[in-house]
Design a protein around this ligand. Sequence first.
Ligand SMILES: NC(=O)c1ccc[n+]([C@@H]2O[C@H](COP(=O)([O-])OP(=O)(O)OC[C@H]3O[C@@H](n4cnc5c(N)ncnc54)[C@H](O)[C@@H]3O)[C@@H](O)[C@H]2O)c1
Length: 340
Amino acid sequence: MTLRVGVIGTGMIGQDHIRRLTQVLSGVRVVGVTDIDRARATAAAPEGAEVFDSPQALIRSDSVQAVVICSWGPAHEEQLLECIAARKPVFCEKPLVTSEAAALRVMEAEEAHGHRLVQVGFMRRFDADYRRLKAVIDGGSLGAPLLYHSVHRNASVPEGLYTSDMPLNDTLVHDADISRWLLDDEITGVEVRVPRRSTRGKDLRDPVVVLLHTASGALVDVEISVNIGYGYDIRGEVSCEGGVASLPNRPATVVSDRHGIRQAIPADWRERFIDAYDQEFREWIVAAGQGTATGPSTWDGYAATLVADAALRAVESGRLEPVRMRAKPALYGEPIAVAA
Ligand SMILES: NC(=O)c1ccc[n+]([C@@H]2O[C@H](COP(=O)([O-])OP(=O)(O)OC[C@H]3O[C@@H](n4cnc5c(N)ncnc54)[C@H](O)[C@@H]3O)[C@@H](O)[C@H]2O)c1
């Protein structure tokens, strides 16, 4: 059976997801697109797809079975609530939403529906290297994880569009989510330190160092640099009681010439996580075809939103800011048990 999908938001990642849904993956067809910029939607529409006037029209259309949201974060809440009201499975790019109150509204709507409909675009969970890293930690041979070092470096970000708050409320969500998932732990507090600014970052607060405190007592340090220049560089290393497990450097052709011996670095997230995005959609297509969702949930999107909010408070206060989560609804599985 072929899953008939509608895509909301046909910008950079919307176009990339349309490409994978039409050219890479099977069992799926993009039957509709929409964007507030209609010309952009028209240009991105695959052959035979309808260009809808609004997200609401797309979501309510009988021709659309499941929805992919790739609009800007502040638009996600309304579109998610509309999908849940229409009882349609929905893949939503990160961030789930941009405030705690909005996350709670989406969670309550999904709970009232009775089973999961939402998958959030935390693609790192589908990356083979992160999955192998998690398997080692979960296997227990290294003992309990104590520290996780996460490095998130972008070559550059669009000048003018990307603000000083965005490393904390847009970029950090990936590191927050992967930390919770790898360590099987909830984040309970956030500190932020701001070193000397990079002159490459123009007026941006860049880089930043974030310290995430977890319920088990493990600590996560995150470097976010968004104008590092040389490429898109994602690293991770977990220090456990009995050893260390690290993400490998990605295999790349080794070039030797008069400058030395070197390997290329991915230019951006599309290149580094191309296989992870494909895999997250493979798994989404299977679940959405059954009218449900698996993978990163509304609960995970809510957790990341709380961490982003706490990080923004922490950069102002200079203190450890608490993250207080509501009780976990049964819909999202068991609460994480923390050893005494
Ligand atoms: N998972 C990842 O690694 C990753 C990478 C990049 C972007 N993202 C996320 O994807 C989303 C889109 O990012 P992007 O880089 O493609 O941005 P973009 O600006 O290139 O594209 C967003 C598109 O959405 C449209 N849009 C915005 N609000 C809308 C609305 N209310 N209704 C219909 N269309 C609307 C815009 O006109 C634009 O064409 C963001 O939430 C971003 O954080 C995730």
